[in-house]
Unconditional design. Structure first.
Length: 196
């Protein structure tokens, strides 16, 4: 199961720390994060910018209203988040406890993430996937006909973009179009030739 750990802290107290003190506090969490990464339990996480930089968006009378500042004035503000994988609530609480630091006043809210079913692939998105695949295959074929140095530069950037795209689509469990599979085979061939 996925859990979100929401870090609430006294933003004024946090911002009163020097940059070095903030970095030292963050560094104290690094071994815990490293353990979670090694175990495959750390999915994502980041601190947030100060609330003075936040914007609130609401709908009033059918119109979007944008207001500078946080949603509500509170003593603690959301300072960051961590998305983890845990077998149950108890394990999520144990993991969250590893982020509590002596001398830093923070509250960690642990909530299970509701995982929604992935929508079925619509015909239009399949058509767009086919176009992307055709474009990537064309890029791969065109780079094959370039001179060595130009080809090497183009291949490194286009192959990287393609493999990043392919990994994202595959990990999302989406179906790949015929053209995307073709582009993948061309890219694999080009990558293997480049490595020889």
């Amino acid at each position: 199961m996925k859990y979100m750990i929401i870090t609430w802290l006294d933003e004024k107290a946090w911002l009163s720390l020097s940059e070095a003190e903030q970095q030292e506090a963050i560094a104290k969490c690094a071994p815990h994060v490293d353990q979670l990464v090694a175990a495959g339990q750390f999915l994502s996480g980041a601190p947030l910018r100060p609330t003075a930089e936040s914007v609130t968006v609401r709908l009033r009378a059918g119109k979007r209203v944008v207001t500078d500042g946080p949603f509500a004035e509170t003593r603690e503000q959301i300072g960051g988040y961590t998305l983890i994988e845990a077998k149950d609530r108890d394990e999520a609480l144990r993991i969250a406890s590893g982020f509590l630091l002596p001398g830093i006043s923070s509250i960690l809210e642990v909530r299970e993430v509701v995982e929604l079913a992935q929508p079925a692939t619509r015909p239009q998105s399949r058509k767009n996937a086919a176009r992307r695949g055709l474009k990537l295959a064309t890029i791969a074929l065109l780079t094959a006909s370039m001179g060595a140095s130009a080809r090497q530069a183009a291949e490194s950037s286009s192959l990287y973009r393609f493999f990043s795209y392919y990994d994202a689509v595959s990990s999302a469990g989406a179906q790949l179009s015929v053209w995307e599979r073709f582009a993948y085979s061309v890219a694999m061939t080009r990558a293997s030739v480049a490595m020889q």
